[in-house]
Design a binder for this molecule. Sequence first.
Ligand SMILES: Cc1cc2nc3c(=O)[nH]c(=O)nc-3n(C[C@H](O)[C@H](O)[C@H](O)COP(=O)(O)OP(=O)(O)OC[C@H]3O[C@@H](n4cnc5c(N)ncnc54)[C@H](O)[C@@H]3O)c2cc1C
Ligand SMILES: *[C@@H]1O[C@H](CO)[C@@H](O)[C@H](O)[C@H]1NC(C)=O
Ligand SMILES: *[C@@H]1O[C@H](CO)[C@@H](O)[C@H](O)[C@H]1NC(C)=O
Ligand SMILES: *[C@@H]1O[C@H](CO)[C@@H](O)[C@H](O)[C@H]1NC(C)=O
Ligand SMILES: *[C@@H]1O[C@H](CO)[C@@H](O)[C@H](O)[C@H]1NC(C)=O
Length: 467
Amino acid sequence: MASLISKSAAFFGLLSLSIAAPPLLVRNFAPQDIITRDVVIIGGGATGTYAAVRLREDFNKTVVVIERTGRLGGHTETYFDPVTGFPVDYGVQAWIDGPIIRAFTGRFNIPLVAAVQPPFATEYIDFKTGKPVVPPFTQADVTTALTTYFGIVSQWPFLVGGYNLPNPVPADLLLSFGDFVTKYGIQAAVPTIWTFAQSVGDFLNTPALYVIQTFGLPQLQALFEGGFVVPADHFNSEIYLKASALLGADVLYNTTLVDVARHDNGLQQITVKTPTGQKLIKAKKILVTIAPTADNLKPFTLNHHESSLFNQWQYTTNYTRIIRNGIPDDVNVINTANGTALNLPTLPYAQEFSFSGIPGLHTFHTVSVKPQKDQDAQNLVLSSIAAMSAAGTIPASTPSIEVLSNHTPMLLRVTADSVKNGFYTSLYALQGLKGTFYTGSAWAGDYTSVLWGFTDALLPGIAAAAV
Ligand SMILES: Cc1cc2nc3c(=O)[nH]c(=O)nc-3n(C[C@H](O)[C@H](O)[C@H](O)COP(=O)(O)OP(=O)(O)OC[C@H]3O[C@@H](n4cnc5c(N)ncnc54)[C@H](O)[C@@H]3O)c2cc1C
Ligand SMILES: *[C@@H]1O[C@H](CO)[C@@H](O)[C@H](O)[C@H]1NC(C)=O
Ligand SMILES: *[C@@H]1O[C@H](CO)[C@@H](O)[C@H](O)[C@H]1NC(C)=O
Ligand SMILES: *[C@@H]1O[C@H](CO)[C@@H](O)[C@H](O)[C@H]1NC(C)=O
Ligand SMILES: *[C@@H]1O[C@H](CO)[C@@H](O)[C@H](O)[C@H]1NC(C)=O
Protein backbone atom coordinates (compact mmCIF):
# COMPACT_ATOMS: atom_id res chain seq x y z
CA MET A 1 0.00 0.00 0.00
CA ALA A 2 2.69 2.41 1.10
CA SER A 3 4.71 1.67 -2.00
CA LEU A 4 1.66 2.24 -4.21
CA ILE A 5 1.10 5.68 -2.67
CA SER A 6 4.70 6.66 -3.11
CA LYS A 7 4.65 5.33 -6.67
CA SER A 8 1.57 7.33 -7.56
CA ALA A 9 3.03 10.37 -5.79
CA ALA A 10 6.06 9.94 -7.98
CA PHE A 11 3.79 9.57 -10.98
CA PHE A 12 1.81 12.71 -10.13
CA GLY A 13 5.04 14.51 -9.42
CA LEU A 14 6.24 13.71 -12.91
CA LEU A 15 2.93 14.74 -14.37
CA SER A 16 2.95 18.12 -12.66
CA LEU A 17 6.52 18.63 -13.81
CA SER A 18 5.53 18.16 -17.41
CA ILE A 19 2.49 20.43 -16.96
CA ALA A 20 4.74 23.13 -15.50
CA ALA A 21 7.11 22.93 -18.46
CA PRO A 22 7.05 26.15 -20.53
CA PRO A 23 4.77 25.99 -23.58
CA LEU A 24 7.82 26.60 -25.76
CA LEU A 25 9.02 23.07 -25.20
CA VAL A 26 5.67 21.84 -26.44
CA ARG A 27 5.74 23.93 -29.59
CA ASN A 28 7.75 22.36 -32.33
CA PHE A 29 9.84 24.46 -34.64
CA ALA A 30 11.11 23.08 -37.91
CA PRO A 31 14.92 23.10 -37.99
CA GLN A 32 14.97 26.00 -40.48
CA ASP A 33 12.92 28.07 -38.00
CA ILE A 34 15.44 27.68 -35.18
CA ILE A 35 18.21 30.27 -35.04
CA THR A 36 21.16 29.52 -32.76
CA ARG A 37 23.44 32.39 -31.76
CA ASP A 38 25.78 33.52 -29.00
CA VAL A 39 23.89 36.78 -28.37
CA VAL A 40 20.42 37.96 -29.34
CA ILE A 41 20.12 41.74 -29.40
CA ILE A 42 16.68 43.28 -28.94
CA GLY A 43 16.38 46.58 -30.86
CA GLY A 44 18.45 47.79 -33.81
CA GLY A 45 18.84 51.48 -33.01
CA ALA A 46 22.08 53.23 -32.15
CA THR A 47 23.12 50.88 -29.36
CA GLY A 48 21.76 47.63 -30.82
CA THR A 49 23.51 48.22 -34.14
CA TYR A 50 26.76 49.19 -32.41
CA ALA A 51 26.68 46.15 -30.13
CA ALA A 52 25.87 43.77 -33.00
CA VAL A 53 28.73 45.02 -35.19
CA ARG A 54 31.26 45.00 -32.37
CA LEU A 55 30.26 41.64 -30.87
CA ARG A 56 30.39 39.97 -34.28
CA GLU A 57 33.38 41.73 -35.84
CA ASP A 58 35.57 42.45 -32.80
CA PHE A 59 34.58 39.76 -30.29
CA ASN A 60 33.95 36.88 -32.74
CA LYS A 61 30.44 36.24 -31.41
CA THR A 62 27.48 35.14 -33.48
CA VAL A 63 24.57 37.56 -33.14
CA VAL A 64 21.04 38.19 -34.30
CA VAL A 65 19.23 41.52 -33.96
CA ILE A 66 15.47 41.71 -33.46
CA GLU A 67 14.19 44.96 -34.97
CA ARG A 68 10.54 45.98 -34.96
CA THR A 69 10.80 48.26 -38.02
CA GLY A 70 12.16 47.68 -41.51
CA ARG A 71 15.45 49.54 -40.87
CA LEU A 72 18.33 50.05 -38.44
CA GLY A 73 19.02 53.38 -36.74
CA GLY A 74 16.11 54.04 -34.37
CA HIS A 75 16.01 57.75 -33.54
CA THR A 76 18.33 58.52 -36.47
CA GLU A 77 16.07 59.36 -39.39
CA THR A 78 16.70 60.99 -42.73
CA TYR A 79 14.17 62.33 -45.21
CA PHE A 80 15.04 62.75 -48.87
CA ASP A 81 13.40 65.84 -50.33
CA PRO A 82 11.69 64.69 -53.53
CA VAL A 83 12.18 68.15 -55.07
CA THR A 84 15.96 68.55 -54.63
CA GLY A 85 16.98 65.01 -53.69
CA PHE A 86 18.87 66.41 -50.67
CA PRO A 87 18.80 64.64 -47.29
CA VAL A 88 17.30 66.24 -44.20
CA ASP A 89 18.13 64.64 -40.85
CA TYR A 90 15.10 65.06 -38.65
CA GLY A 91 16.08 62.75 -35.77
CA VAL A 92 19.64 62.62 -34.46
CA GLN A 93 21.36 65.84 -35.59
CA ALA A 94 25.03 65.64 -34.61
CA TRP A 95 27.47 63.46 -32.72
CA ILE A 96 29.80 64.57 -29.96
CA ASP A 97 33.26 63.99 -31.40
CA GLY A 98 35.63 61.61 -29.66
CA PRO A 99 37.50 58.33 -30.09
CA ILE A 100 34.35 56.18 -29.97
CA ILE A 101 32.61 58.15 -32.73
CA ARG A 102 35.81 58.24 -34.81
CA ALA A 103 36.35 54.49 -34.49
CA PHE A 104 32.83 53.49 -35.45
CA THR A 105 32.39 55.98 -38.30
CA GLY A 106 35.93 55.14 -39.46
CA ARG A 107 35.19 51.45 -39.86
CA PHE A 108 32.38 52.39 -42.27
CA ASN A 109 34.50 55.03 -44.09
CA ILE A 110 32.27 57.90 -43.10
CA PRO A 111 34.22 61.17 -43.08
CA LEU A 112 33.12 63.73 -40.50
CA VAL A 113 32.97 67.50 -40.56
CA ALA A 114 32.29 70.00 -37.78
CA ALA A 115 28.59 70.73 -37.34
CA VAL A 116 28.38 74.46 -37.86
CA GLN A 117 25.54 76.62 -36.70
CA PRO A 118 23.84 77.60 -39.96
CA PRO A 119 23.76 81.35 -40.61
CA PHE A 120 19.97 81.64 -40.45
CA ALA A 121 18.19 84.35 -38.49
CA THR A 122 16.67 83.12 -35.24
CA GLU A 123 13.46 84.75 -34.06
CA TYR A 124 11.92 84.34 -30.61
CA ILE A 125 8.16 84.07 -30.91
CA ASP A 126 5.38 83.15 -28.52
CA PHE A 127 3.64 80.37 -30.47
CA LYS A 128 0.39 81.01 -28.52
CA THR A 129 0.05 84.68 -29.49
CA GLY A 130 2.21 84.42 -32.60
CA LYS A 131 4.00 87.63 -31.56
CA PRO A 132 7.74 88.22 -31.24
CA VAL A 133 9.13 88.29 -27.71
CA VAL A 134 12.30 90.09 -26.72
CA PRO A 135 14.82 87.43 -25.64
CA PRO A 136 15.07 87.77 -21.87
CA PHE A 137 18.88 87.61 -21.57
CA THR A 138 21.87 89.19 -23.27
CA GLN A 139 24.49 86.97 -24.90
CA ALA A 140 26.97 88.02 -22.19
CA ASP A 141 24.55 86.90 -19.42
CA VAL A 142 24.04 83.61 -21.23
CA THR A 143 27.77 82.92 -21.57
CA THR A 144 28.42 83.75 -17.91
CA ALA A 145 25.58 81.51 -16.71
CA LEU A 146 26.61 78.64 -18.97
CA THR A 147 30.17 78.90 -17.67
CA THR A 148 28.85 78.72 -14.10
CA TYR A 149 26.71 75.71 -15.03
CA PHE A 150 29.75 74.04 -16.63
CA GLY A 151 31.67 74.53 -13.38
CA ILE A 152 28.87 72.99 -11.31
CA VAL A 153 28.35 69.90 -13.43
CA SER A 154 32.12 69.32 -13.62
CA GLN A 155 31.83 68.09 -10.02
CA TRP A 156 30.07 64.97 -11.24
CA PRO A 157 32.21 63.50 -14.04
CA PHE A 158 30.88 60.01 -13.21
CA LEU A 159 27.57 60.96 -14.86
CA VAL A 160 29.21 60.59 -18.28
CA GLY A 161 29.40 56.84 -17.61
CA GLY A 162 25.70 56.57 -16.79
CA TYR A 163 23.96 56.38 -13.43
CA ASN A 164 26.74 54.96 -11.23
CA LEU A 165 25.67 57.36 -8.51
CA PRO A 166 27.50 57.67 -5.20
CA ASN A 167 25.67 56.84 -1.99
CA PRO A 168 24.26 59.16 -0.77
CA VAL A 169 23.29 60.72 -4.08
CA PRO A 170 24.49 64.38 -4.16
CA ALA A 171 21.52 66.46 -2.99
CA ASP A 172 21.88 68.95 -5.86
CA LEU A 173 21.09 66.21 -8.38
CA LEU A 174 17.81 65.50 -6.61
CA LEU A 175 16.63 69.12 -6.57
CA SER A 176 14.03 69.98 -9.17
CA PHE A 177 15.84 71.69 -12.03
CA GLY A 178 13.90 74.89 -11.26
CA ASP A 179 15.26 74.91 -7.68
CA PHE A 180 18.73 74.06 -8.97
CA VAL A 181 18.61 77.09 -11.31
CA THR A 182 17.47 79.36 -8.48
CA LYS A 183 20.11 78.00 -6.08
CA TYR A 184 22.94 78.77 -8.51
CA GLY A 185 21.44 81.88 -10.13
CA ILE A 186 21.88 80.47 -13.65
CA GLN A 187 18.55 81.67 -15.08
CA ALA A 188 20.27 83.06 -18.18
CA ALA A 189 21.54 79.58 -19.09
CA VAL A 190 18.06 78.08 -19.07
CA PRO A 191 16.94 78.94 -22.64
CA THR A 192 20.11 77.33 -24.04
CA ILE A 193 19.86 74.29 -21.78
CA TRP A 194 16.23 73.96 -22.77
CA THR A 195 16.96 73.86 -26.49
CA PHE A 196 19.14 70.81 -25.84
CA ALA A 197 17.08 69.21 -23.11
CA GLN A 198 13.42 69.82 -23.91
CA SER A 199 12.99 66.08 -24.22
CA VAL A 200 12.98 66.21 -20.40
CA GLY A 201 9.42 67.48 -20.75
CA ASP A 202 8.38 69.17 -17.52
CA PHE A 203 11.81 70.71 -17.43
CA LEU A 204 11.73 72.84 -14.25
CA ASN A 205 9.94 70.15 -12.18
CA THR A 206 12.19 67.22 -13.09
CA PRO A 207 15.20 66.26 -10.94
CA ALA A 208 18.30 68.19 -12.06
CA LEU A 209 19.97 64.79 -12.59
CA TYR A 210 18.02 64.21 -15.80
CA VAL A 211 18.58 67.67 -17.24
CA ILE A 212 22.31 67.26 -16.59
CA GLN A 213 22.27 63.80 -18.23
CA THR A 214 20.78 65.42 -21.34
CA PHE A 215 22.90 68.58 -21.28
CA GLY A 216 25.96 68.01 -19.10
CA LEU A 217 29.73 67.75 -19.42
CA PRO A 218 30.00 66.11 -22.87
CA GLN A 219 27.51 68.50 -24.43
CA LEU A 220 29.02 71.60 -22.77
CA GLN A 221 32.52 70.62 -23.84
CA ALA A 222 31.29 70.06 -27.39
CA LEU A 223 29.43 73.37 -27.37
CA PHE A 224 32.39 75.38 -26.07
CA GLU A 225 35.02 73.60 -28.13
CA GLY A 226 33.14 73.09 -31.41
CA GLY A 227 33.03 69.37 -30.82
CA PHE A 228 29.77 68.46 -32.59
CA VAL A 229 30.35 66.56 -35.83
CA VAL A 230 28.21 65.28 -38.71
CA PRO A 231 28.95 63.08 -41.72
CA ALA A 232 30.45 65.16 -44.54
CA ASP A 233 27.49 64.26 -46.77
CA HIS A 234 24.98 65.35 -44.06
CA PHE A 235 23.28 61.99 -44.19
CA ASN A 236 23.21 60.64 -40.64
CA SER A 237 21.45 57.40 -41.54
CA GLU A 238 24.25 56.29 -43.86
CA ILE A 239 26.16 54.54 -41.08
CA TYR A 240 23.10 52.44 -40.27
CA LEU A 241 22.57 51.55 -43.94
CA LYS A 242 26.18 50.40 -44.12
CA ALA A 243 25.85 48.47 -40.85
CA SER A 244 22.69 46.86 -42.20
CA ALA A 245 24.57 45.72 -45.31
CA LEU A 246 27.40 44.36 -43.15
CA LEU A 247 25.13 42.51 -40.74
CA GLY A 248 23.01 41.07 -43.57
CA ALA A 249 20.81 38.19 -42.46
CA ASP A 250 21.90 38.68 -38.83
CA VAL A 251 19.12 41.28 -38.51
CA LEU A 252 15.47 40.21 -38.43
CA TYR A 253 13.43 43.22 -39.58
CA ASN A 254 9.73 43.85 -39.02
CA THR A 255 10.05 41.37 -36.18
CA THR A 256 8.54 41.44 -32.71
CA LEU A 257 8.96 39.45 -29.52
CA VAL A 258 6.40 36.81 -28.66
CA ASP A 259 7.96 35.10 -25.67
CA VAL A 260 11.29 35.33 -23.90
CA ALA A 261 12.23 32.43 -21.65
CA ARG A 262 15.32 33.36 -19.64
CA HIS A 263 17.64 31.21 -17.59
CA ASP A 264 20.62 31.90 -15.37
CA ASN A 265 22.40 28.96 -16.93
CA GLY A 266 21.82 27.37 -20.28
CA LEU A 267 20.20 28.71 -23.40
CA GLN A 268 17.76 31.58 -23.58
CA GLN A 269 14.78 30.76 -25.78
CA ILE A 270 13.20 33.67 -27.59
CA THR A 271 10.16 33.23 -29.81
CA VAL A 272 9.72 35.99 -32.38
CA LYS A 273 7.14 36.83 -35.00
CA THR A 274 8.77 37.57 -38.36
CA PRO A 275 7.16 38.41 -41.71
CA THR A 276 7.68 34.73 -42.61
CA GLY A 277 6.20 33.26 -39.45
CA GLN A 278 7.39 32.49 -35.93
CA LYS A 279 10.98 31.53 -35.25
CA LEU A 280 12.75 30.25 -32.17
CA ILE A 281 16.05 31.84 -31.23
CA LYS A 282 18.34 29.90 -28.93
CA ALA A 283 21.02 32.22 -27.62
CA LYS A 284 23.53 32.12 -24.79
CA LYS A 285 22.83 35.70 -23.74
CA ILE A 286 20.29 38.46 -24.39
CA LEU A 287 21.15 42.13 -24.81
CA VAL A 288 18.11 44.40 -24.36
CA THR A 289 18.55 47.82 -25.99
CA ILE A 290 14.89 48.90 -26.24
CA ALA A 291 13.30 51.14 -23.61
CA PRO A 292 12.81 48.75 -20.67
CA THR A 293 9.23 49.72 -19.92
CA ALA A 294 6.96 47.09 -18.38
CA ASP A 295 4.94 47.20 -21.59
CA ASN A 296 7.93 46.63 -23.91
CA LEU A 297 9.16 43.81 -21.65
CA LYS A 298 5.83 42.00 -21.35
CA PRO A 299 7.09 38.99 -23.36
CA PHE A 300 9.83 38.55 -20.72
CA THR A 301 7.47 37.48 -17.92
CA LEU A 302 9.22 39.77 -15.43
CA ASN A 303 9.59 38.69 -11.84
CA HIS A 304 8.26 40.83 -9.01
CA HIS A 305 11.56 42.62 -8.41
CA GLU A 306 12.06 43.46 -12.10
CA SER A 307 8.47 44.68 -12.44
CA SER A 308 8.83 46.87 -9.36
CA LEU A 309 11.74 48.63 -11.07
CA PHE A 310 10.48 48.77 -14.66
CA ASN A 311 7.02 49.97 -13.57
CA GLN A 312 8.51 53.17 -12.18
CA TRP A 313 9.51 54.83 -15.44
CA GLN A 314 8.01 58.14 -16.43
CA TYR A 315 8.75 59.52 -19.88
CA THR A 316 8.17 62.25 -22.43
CA THR A 317 6.24 62.05 -25.68
CA ASN A 318 8.32 63.56 -28.45
CA TYR A 319 7.47 63.97 -32.12
CA THR A 320 9.83 65.17 -34.82
CA ARG A 321 8.66 66.09 -38.23
CA ILE A 322 9.24 68.10 -41.34
CA ILE A 323 6.86 70.75 -42.55
CA ARG A 324 6.76 72.29 -46.01
CA ASN A 325 5.84 75.92 -46.72
CA GLY A 326 5.02 76.90 -43.14
CA ILE A 327 7.76 79.32 -42.09
CA PRO A 328 9.74 81.53 -44.48
CA ASP A 329 13.08 80.18 -45.74
CA ASP A 330 16.30 81.22 -43.98
CA VAL A 331 14.48 81.74 -40.67
CA ASN A 332 14.44 79.67 -37.47
CA VAL A 333 11.74 80.39 -34.92
CA ILE A 334 11.95 79.36 -31.28
CA ASN A 335 8.90 79.16 -29.04
CA THR A 336 9.47 81.73 -26.28
CA ALA A 337 6.48 82.19 -24.00
CA ASN A 338 5.53 85.62 -22.73
CA GLY A 339 4.55 85.58 -19.07
CA THR A 340 5.80 82.16 -17.87
CA ALA A 341 8.79 81.30 -15.68
CA LEU A 342 11.96 81.86 -17.72
CA ASN A 343 9.80 82.25 -20.86
CA LEU A 344 9.39 78.49 -21.15
CA PRO A 345 6.22 77.45 -23.01
CA THR A 346 3.58 75.43 -21.18
CA LEU A 347 3.29 71.77 -22.14
CA PRO A 348 2.37 70.46 -24.62
CA TYR A 349 4.13 72.65 -27.16
CA ALA A 350 5.93 72.86 -30.47
CA GLN A 351 9.45 73.85 -29.56
CA GLU A 352 10.87 75.36 -32.72
CA PHE A 353 10.90 75.36 -36.49
CA SER A 354 14.43 75.06 -37.87
CA PHE A 355 15.19 75.86 -41.49
CA SER A 356 16.65 72.76 -43.13
CA GLY A 357 18.67 74.66 -45.72
CA ILE A 358 16.37 73.25 -48.42
CA PRO A 359 13.77 75.65 -49.86
CA GLY A 360 10.40 75.23 -48.16
CA LEU A 361 11.45 72.72 -45.52
CA HIS A 362 11.64 73.21 -41.75
CA THR A 363 12.07 70.52 -39.13
CA PHE A 364 10.29 70.76 -35.82
CA HIS A 365 9.78 69.01 -32.49
CA THR A 366 6.74 68.75 -30.29
CA VAL A 367 6.89 67.77 -26.62
CA SER A 368 4.28 66.48 -24.23
CA VAL A 369 4.40 64.68 -20.92
CA LYS A 370 0.94 63.24 -21.47
CA PRO A 371 0.30 60.68 -24.18
CA GLN A 372 -0.29 62.46 -27.46
CA LYS A 373 -1.86 61.27 -30.67
CA ASP A 374 -0.43 62.10 -34.09
CA GLN A 375 -3.36 64.41 -34.62
CA ASP A 376 -2.66 66.33 -31.36
CA ALA A 377 0.95 66.91 -32.37
CA GLN A 378 -0.15 67.98 -35.84
CA ASN A 379 -2.74 70.43 -34.45
CA LEU A 380 -0.13 71.93 -32.15
CA VAL A 381 2.14 72.68 -35.08
CA LEU A 382 -0.54 74.01 -37.40
CA SER A 383 -2.05 76.22 -34.69
CA SER A 384 1.41 77.62 -33.87
CA ILE A 385 1.92 78.58 -37.52
CA ALA A 386 -1.63 79.95 -37.78
CA ALA A 387 -1.04 82.16 -34.70
CA MET A 388 2.17 83.56 -36.22
CA SER A 389 0.55 84.36 -39.53
CA ALA A 390 -2.61 85.82 -37.87
CA ALA A 391 -0.35 88.13 -35.82
CA GLY A 392 1.40 89.19 -39.02
CA THR A 393 4.74 87.81 -37.80
CA ILE A 394 5.05 85.57 -40.85
CA PRO A 395 3.20 85.68 -44.17
CA ALA A 396 0.06 83.58 -44.54
CA SER A 397 0.96 80.07 -45.75
CA THR A 398 -0.50 76.69 -46.60
CA PRO A 399 1.78 74.30 -44.79
CA SER A 400 1.82 70.56 -45.33
CA ILE A 401 3.37 67.99 -43.02
CA GLU A 402 5.81 65.87 -45.01
CA VAL A 403 6.87 63.22 -42.53
CA LEU A 404 6.13 62.42 -38.96
CA SER A 405 7.99 60.38 -36.47
CA ASN A 406 7.02 59.41 -32.97
CA HIS A 407 10.01 59.12 -30.62
CA THR A 408 8.01 58.05 -27.56
CA PRO A 409 9.07 57.00 -24.93
CA MET A 410 11.79 59.62 -24.47
CA LEU A 411 14.01 60.17 -21.48
CA LEU A 412 13.01 57.43 -19.10
CA ARG A 413 13.29 58.68 -15.54
CA VAL A 414 12.07 58.03 -12.00
CA THR A 415 11.24 60.30 -9.07
CA ALA A 416 13.91 62.01 -6.97
CA ASP A 417 12.88 59.85 -3.98
CA SER A 418 13.40 56.71 -5.95
CA VAL A 419 16.83 57.88 -7.15
CA LYS A 420 17.72 58.74 -3.55
CA ASN A 421 16.59 55.31 -2.37
CA GLY A 422 18.94 53.48 -4.70
CA PHE A 423 16.85 52.88 -7.83
CA TYR A 424 19.91 52.88 -10.10
CA THR A 425 21.89 50.59 -7.80
CA SER A 426 19.07 48.05 -8.06
CA LEU A 427 18.65 48.64 -11.78
CA TYR A 428 22.34 48.19 -12.57
CA ALA A 429 22.43 45.06 -10.39
CA LEU A 430 20.18 43.40 -12.99
CA GLN A 431 23.05 43.34 -15.53
CA GLY A 432 23.79 39.73 -16.41
CA LEU A 433 21.05 38.17 -14.26
CA LYS A 434 18.82 35.63 -15.97
CA GLY A 435 21.15 35.64 -18.95
CA THR A 436 20.20 39.25 -19.75
CA PHE A 437 22.23 42.41 -20.22
CA TYR A 438 20.92 45.92 -20.90
CA THR A 439 22.00 49.07 -22.71
CA GLY A 440 20.19 51.94 -24.45
CA SER A 441 18.93 55.33 -23.47
CA ALA A 442 17.43 54.38 -20.08
CA TRP A 443 20.86 53.32 -18.84
CA ALA A 444 22.99 56.43 -19.48
CA GLY A 445 22.72 59.92 -20.95
CA ASP A 446 20.69 59.84 -24.17
CA TYR A 447 23.47 60.78 -26.58
CA THR A 448 24.95 58.46 -29.17
CA SER A 449 28.56 58.83 -28.00
CA VAL A 450 27.62 58.38 -24.33
CA LEU A 451 25.50 55.32 -25.09
CA TRP A 452 28.15 53.72 -27.29
CA GLY A 453 30.61 54.31 -24.43
CA PHE A 454 28.23 52.66 -21.96
CA THR A 455 27.78 49.77 -24.40
CA ASP A 456 31.55 49.42 -24.90
CA ALA A 457 31.99 48.98 -21.16
CA LEU A 458 29.51 46.07 -21.21
CA LEU A 459 30.75 44.18 -24.26
CA PRO A 460 33.75 42.33 -22.75
CA GLY A 461 31.51 40.99 -19.98
CA ILE A 462 28.84 39.90 -22.45
CA ALA A 463 31.43 38.23 -24.68
CA ALA A 464 32.98 36.43 -21.72
CA ALA A 465 29.58 35.26 -20.51
CA ALA A 466 28.38 34.06 -23.94
CA VAL A 467 30.52 30.94 -24.10
C1 LIG B 1 14.55 63.49 -32.15
C2 LIG B 1 15.81 63.04 -31.50
C3 LIG B 1 17.00 63.71 -31.74
C4 LIG B 1 18.19 63.30 -31.17
N1 LIG B 1 19.33 63.95 -31.47
C5 LIG B 1 20.52 63.50 -31.03
C6 LIG B 1 21.72 64.10 -31.46
O1 LIG B 1 21.70 65.07 -32.22
N2 LIG B 1 22.91 63.59 -31.03
C7 LIG B 1 22.95 62.51 -30.21
O2 LIG B 1 24.04 62.04 -29.88
N3 LIG B 1 21.82 61.92 -29.75
C8 LIG B 1 20.60 62.39 -30.17
N4 LIG B 1 19.44 61.79 -29.75
C9 LIG B 1 19.51 60.74 -28.75
C10 LIG B 1 19.32 59.35 -29.32
O3 LIG B 1 18.22 58.81 -28.66
C11 LIG B 1 20.52 58.50 -29.12
O4 LIG B 1 21.58 59.07 -29.82
C12 LIG B 1 20.37 57.04 -29.61
O5 LIG B 1 19.74 57.02 -30.87
C13 LIG B 1 19.64 56.14 -28.67
O6 LIG B 1 19.91 54.81 -29.05
P1 LIG B 1 19.10 53.59 -28.48
O7 LIG B 1 19.71 52.39 -29.05
O8 LIG B 1 18.97 53.70 -27.01
O9 LIG B 1 17.62 53.81 -29.02
P2 LIG B 1 17.06 53.85 -30.49
O10 LIG B 1 18.04 54.43 -31.42
O11 LIG B 1 15.73 54.47 -30.38
O12 LIG B 1 16.86 52.33 -30.87
C14 LIG B 1 15.84 51.50 -30.38
C15 LIG B 1 15.48 50.52 -31.49
O13 LIG B 1 14.67 49.49 -30.98
C16 LIG B 1 13.55 49.27 -31.83
N5 LIG B 1 12.49 48.78 -30.98
C17 LIG B 1 11.76 49.47 -30.08
N6 LIG B 1 10.91 48.65 -29.45
C18 LIG B 1 11.11 47.42 -29.95
C19 LIG B 1 10.54 46.14 -29.67
N7 LIG B 1 9.59 45.98 -28.76
N8 LIG B 1 10.99 45.08 -30.38
C20 LIG B 1 11.96 45.23 -31.32
N9 LIG B 1 12.53 46.41 -31.60
C21 LIG B 1 12.11 47.49 -30.93
C22 LIG B 1 13.29 50.62 -32.44
O14 LIG B 1 12.58 50.50 -33.65
C23 LIG B 1 14.70 51.17 -32.62
O15 LIG B 1 15.26 50.80 -33.85
C24 LIG B 1 18.20 62.20 -30.30
C25 LIG B 1 17.00 61.54 -30.01
C26 LIG B 1 15.81 61.95 -30.61
C27 LIG B 1 14.54 61.23 -30.29
C1 LIG C 1 35.80 32.46 -33.50
O1 LIG C 1 34.88 31.61 -32.87
C2 LIG C 1 34.81 30.33 -33.44
C3 LIG C 1 33.65 29.58 -32.81
O2 LIG C 1 33.66 29.74 -31.42
C4 LIG C 1 36.14 29.63 -33.27
O3 LIG C 1 36.10 28.37 -33.85
C5 LIG C 1 37.22 30.49 -33.93
O4 LIG C 1 38.48 29.92 -33.68
C6 LIG C 1 37.18 31.91 -33.41
N1 LIG C 1 38.08 32.73 -34.19
C7 LIG C 1 38.88 33.62 -33.64
C8 LIG C 1 39.71 34.41 -34.58
O5 LIG C 1 38.93 33.80 -32.43
C1 LIG D 1 9.16 45.94 -43.41
O1 LIG D 1 7.81 46.32 -43.55
C2 LIG D 1 7.61 47.46 -44.37
C3 LIG D 1 6.15 47.85 -44.28
O2 LIG D 1 5.32 46.77 -44.45
C4 LIG D 1 8.05 47.12 -45.79
O3 LIG D 1 7.89 48.24 -46.62
C5 LIG D 1 9.53 46.73 -45.75
O4 LIG D 1 9.95 46.32 -47.03
C6 LIG D 1 9.77 45.60 -44.77
N1 LIG D 1 11.21 45.43 -44.65
C7 LIG D 1 11.80 44.27 -44.54
C8 LIG D 1 13.29 44.28 -44.51
O5 LIG D 1 11.18 43.23 -44.47
C1 LIG E 1 3.92 90.24 -22.75
O1 LIG E 1 3.00 90.18 -21.67
C2 LIG E 1 2.79 91.44 -21.04
C3 LIG E 1 1.85 91.20 -19.88
O2 LIG E 1 2.19 90.07 -19.16
C4 LIG E 1 2.21 92.42 -22.01
O3 LIG E 1 2.09 93.69 -21.40
C5 LIG E 1 3.10 92.54 -23.23
O4 LIG E 1 2.51 93.35 -24.20
C6 LIG E 1 3.38 91.16 -23.80
N1 LIG E 1 4.31 91.30 -24.89
C7 LIG E 1 4.11 90.74 -26.07
C8 LIG E 1 5.16 91.00 -27.09
O5 LIG E 1 3.13 90.07 -26.33
C1 LIG F 1 13.21 65.38 -28.92
O1 LIG F 1 14.33 64.68 -28.43
C2 LIG F 1 15.59 65.01 -28.99
C3 LIG F 1 16.65 64.19 -28.31
O2 LIG F 1 16.78 64.50 -26.97
C4 LIG F 1 15.94 66.48 -28.91
O3 LIG F 1 17.11 66.76 -29.65
C5 LIG F 1 14.80 67.24 -29.45
O4 LIG F 1 15.07 68.59 -29.32
C6 LIG F 1 13.55 66.82 -28.69
N1 LIG F 1 12.48 67.66 -29.05
C7 LIG F 1 11.72 68.12 -28.15
C8 LIG F 1 10.76 69.12 -28.62
O5 LIG F 1 11.78 67.73 -27.00
